[in-house]
Design a binder for this molecule. Structure first.
Ligand SMILES: N[C@@H](CCC(=O)N[C@@H](CS)C(=O)NCC(=O)O)C(=O)O
Length: 220
């Protein structure tokens, strides 16, 4: 059995879901191989279907196991690569963990208008189309969720629960969207500072530097 960790991803300037799997793996500090399947080329998903039962990326392969979903990848990594050797991805406190989990789930299953009008590839274009009111309302909702978490977070770090957790992993692409589209964050000062911290996180920066080096992709 091959125990190598292989993460299949889409283009780094298109695939926001792939970014989450990648950032989680980098945070765990485990060696992995990344293999890009071009979403621009794989229009009929035939290449993705060969490696992913849902035809979607990210998909993680590990020792015969195949996990084709960002949040499931995060959970698997957290159970497999445990402290003290590896960073825990959920808060230690049960109540904070429940909060982090629902925030992550809210991102995983919602904010559809934001995802469409502020789609990830658009963040890398010089000129971005103006998002509609529903997308802007969802951006405001996300900022308010962050502000609320940050206003009660423990000391010890600038992230939603102090240290960097799975909730931050799940929202990293939203940070890219909100900053690129300059969503108004004046009313949520903690959230504005939080976005700077997420963008400065080395795992996030590594993805974003590679994403910016790619030719901008107009269509997802
Ligand atoms: N729920 C999945 C969503 C993954 C997803 O939609 N990935 C996109 C690329 S960013 C994809 O492969 N889409 C193919 C399609 O929907 O046809 C996750 O959390 O990983």
């Amino acid at each position: 059995m091959d125990d190598k960790l292989v993460l299949y991803i889409g283009e780094k300037n298109i695939s926001s879901w792939s970014m989450r799997g990648y950032v989680a793996l980098v945070e765990k500090g485990v060696p992995f191989e990344e293999r890009t399947i071009s979403l621009l080329e794989d229009r009929d998903r035939s290449r993705r279907r060969k490696v992913s039962p849902t035809g979607r990326v990210p998909v993680l392969h590990h020792g015969g196991l195949v996990i084709p979903d960002s949040l499931a990848i995060i959970e698997y990594l957290d159970e497999t690569f445990t402290p003290p050797a590896h960073l825990p991805l959920w808060p230690a406190d049960r109540r904070e963990r429940a909060h982090a989990r629902w925030l992550a789930a809210a991102m995983h299953s919602g904010f559809q208008n934001l995802r469409e009008d502020m789609s990830f590839n658009l963040c890398f274009l010089e000129k971005r189309p103006a998002p509609g009111p529903s997308a802007l309302a969802e951006a405001g909702e996300i900022l308010a969720l962050w502000e609320a978490a940050l206003s009660r977070k423990p000391a010890g770090g600038p992230f939603l629960f102090g240290g960097f957790t799975a909730a931050d992993v799940m929202y990293a692409p939203a940070v890219v969207r909100l900053t690129s589209f300059r969503a108004p964050a004046e009313g949520t000062p903690r959230a504005a500072a939080y976005m700077d911290s997420v963008l400065a996180r080395p795992s996030v920066k590594r993805w974003m530097d590679a994403a910016r080096a790619l030719p901008p992709a107009a269509v997802e």
